[in-house]
Write a protein that binds this ligand. Structure first.
Ligand SMILES: Cc1cc2nc3c(=O)[nH]c(=O)nc-3n(C[C@H](O)[C@H](O)[C@H](O)COP(=O)(O)OP(=O)(O)OC[C@H]3O[C@@H](n4cnc5c(N)ncnc54)[C@H](O)[C@@H]3O)c2cc1C
Length: 547
């Protein structure tokens, strides 16, 4: 990816300015760039550090939508699950799920058999164009005995058997977001993280193009969060993909719309998990899943009973305790305590406008604010990481329609994202090491391939530059300093948290340990010219992330 360049935002007349570098903003920018539009994207923090970091890592098909009677969403989810497997095969793996079936109408085997049949028909092309190792077997019903064996702690009274289906796990979610960002960059978009949109630019109402009394939205004033500098970013269309803050941006546009929000959480735990994901209802009736992630149990998704605001993001002790109680009720064999929770995923997400109890928004929204008296502005409100690509593609098509560009389908559902393909990465890494006269220990090669795929070769070249960049940062772990340098030079990492939590994924599940953080901080400080005070603040910010 090209280095971060805040200045590149001004002085160019963009076709589209996307606000927000979560997965929906990135997907919108990717598809708009694929249409030949000149695109800029500004992200107030780091790419995919908000809701898009805090999800449960499953690319799920249509079963839940089918249960809700939303066949259109089920179809879109199945299509997008396949699209992710095509564009990022290295970062996904098939994930089996099991749920107990009981003597009741909706949970009965008959109902599930019917749902599976329909799901299987909708998903009959689910493996088309997919690498064989990512093929998903059809869903099936399992016997009571098999279910008791596979699902330790499943509620036994009334259990008639189980239902077993497959989705994907996004094993390296942060790497997937970076692959989307790299894809945008490769297609010519200008992406800048730590760039906050402050206020809309309006075309002079007297100008020929102005159609609304206040004038057309013509971009945003944007602040460089790292330096305090400001720039006017001009664009023919401004697309708000600001996640939980989309309502605030709509207000800036002058749009008055209800934008209710709810709170959601997952628990990342140190509890070991088997290879099969478990699903069971919480005592309150919402579905919980226990997903194995790098061998540990990741439990989600808890949702608040009441509406929330972006300021409510931090989970309270009472909320975490209530979630642990729900998780233990759904999965009694888990025996989860506070001490087992290594990280709480938390996010504020769009909710339905009406209804009690509060429910997550059930369908994505693409809003053209010309209809709200704010021409030149749109909003994209997403609900699922899985479907972000198609929601982004639909938003980009709407943008192209408004701007007179190509509305034809693009290749963003088939073109492999940079660094996300499957190839012989080991041979490439070894060849590169040979070329730069390095001998790599097998655990280091395996680690680099697993996390970075073909980007491992670039890291190996950096390892050759300095001896301290090729040594493991701490004994017994394969992480090397060159990974931090690569994140800074090629992936726009600007803070220690970017490096430790989102680029190297060292801290994606838990605090990676003070020694490792200190060692990476020393490397980042030298590369980025931080003084001791700044370095200590960066370390403190990493520590604070896990509180
Ligand atoms: C607990 C939980 C579990 C989930 N599990 C799954 C799952 O397993 N599978 C699945 O498919 N989906 C899942 N989801 C849903 C999925 O994570 C979200 O739909 C998706 O990540 C939302 O992406 P987004 O881009 O809309 O929002 P975000 O990721 O929040 O991105 C919005 C971005 O806009 C930026 N921004 C805000 N204001 C400004 C501004 N003024 N200027 C510039 N930038 C700004 C923010 O900093 C932020 O980075 C889950 C969600 C939660 C909360």
């Amino acid at each position: 990816m090209r280095p971060r360049d805040f200045a590149a935002l001004s002085g160019t007349a963009f076709d589209v300015l996307v606000i927000g570098g979560g997965i929906h903003g990135l997907a919108t920018a990717l598809d708009a760039s694929a249409r030949g539009l000149k695109v800029a994207l500004v992200e107030a923090g780091d790419f995919a550090a908000a809701t898009s970091f805090n999800h449960q890592r499953t690319a799920h098909g249509g079963l839940r939508s089918l249960q809700a009677g939303r066949i259109d969403h089920a179809r879109e989810s199945i299509h997008e699950r396949r699209a992710l497997a095509r564009i990022a095969p290295r970062l996904l793996r098939p994930l089996p799920f099991i749920i107990g079936t009981y003597r009741s109408v909706i949970k009965s085997r008959l109902a599930l058999r019917a749902a599976f049949k329909f799901d299987s028909w909708l998903g009959r092309h689910r493996n088309q164009g997919i690498e064989p190792e990512l093929h998903l077997p059809p869903a099936k019903l399992t016997s009571r005995a098999a279910t008791l064996k596979l699902f330790a702690g499943v509620r036994p009274d009334g259990l008639t058997g189980g239902a077993n289906w497959y989705d994907y796990q996004i094993v390296h979610t942060n790497r997937l977001a970076i692959a989307f960002a790299e894809g945008c960059d490769a297609r010519g978009a200008v992406l800048v993280n730590y760039a906050e949109a402050l206020a809309p630019l309006k075309e002079n109402a007297a100008s020929a193009e102005a159609t609304a009394p206040e004038g057309r939205i013509a971009g945003m004033r944007v602040r460089d969060v790292l330096t305090g500098a400001e720039a006017e970013v001009r664009a023919r269309l401004t697309i708000n993909a600001a996640g939980a803050r989309a309502g605030e941006i709509m207000k800036m546009f002058g749009v008055t719309r209800d934008f209710p929000l709810a709170k959601a959480m997952n628990l990342v735990t140190s509890k070991p998990a088997s290879d099969i994901a478990l699903a069971a209802p919480s005592p309150k009736g919402y579905m919980l899943t226990l997903v194995p992630w790098h061998g540990r149990a990741l439990v989600g998704t808890w949702q608040s009973d009441t509406l929330a605001t972006p300021a409510d993001l931090a989970p309270t002790a009472a909320e975490i305790d209530a979630f642990i109680a729900d998780a233990n009720a759904a999965f009694p064999a888990l025996r989860l305590t506070r001490a087992d929770v290594t990280l709480v995923h938390r996010a504020i997400v769009p909710a339905e406008r009406a209804g009690s109890p509060v429910r997550f928004l059930s369908a994505p929204e693409i809003l053209d604010h010309a209809k709200d008296g704010a021409p030149g502005a749109m909003s994209v409100v997403g609900i699922k990481y899985t479907t972000a690509r198609s929601v982004g593609a639909r938003a980009a098509a709407a943008a192209a329609r408004a701007l007179g560009g190509s509305t034809r389908r693009t290749d963003t559902d088939t073109a492999i994202l940079p660094g996300a393909g499957i190839a012989d990465h080991e041979a490439l890494a070894i060849e590169t090491a040979r070329a730069v006269h390095l001998e790599l220990a097998p655990p280091i090669i395996r680690h680099l391939m697993d996390v970075y795929g073909d980007r491992a070769a670039a890291i190996v070249r950096i390892m050759a530059e300095r001896s301290e960049w090729r040594m493991p940062l701490v004994p017994g772990r394969p992480t090397v300093g060159a990974e931090g340098i690569h994140a800074i030079r090629h992936e726009m990492a600007a803070t220690l948290s970017d490096i430790v939590i989102r680029r190297t994924e060292l801290g994606a599940m838990e605090h990676p340990g003070a020694d490792l953080v200190k060692a990476m901080a020393a490397i980042a400080a030298e590369e980025l010219g931080w003084d001791a005070d700044r370095r200590d603040r960066e370390i403190a910010a990493v520590d604070a992330f896990y509180c």
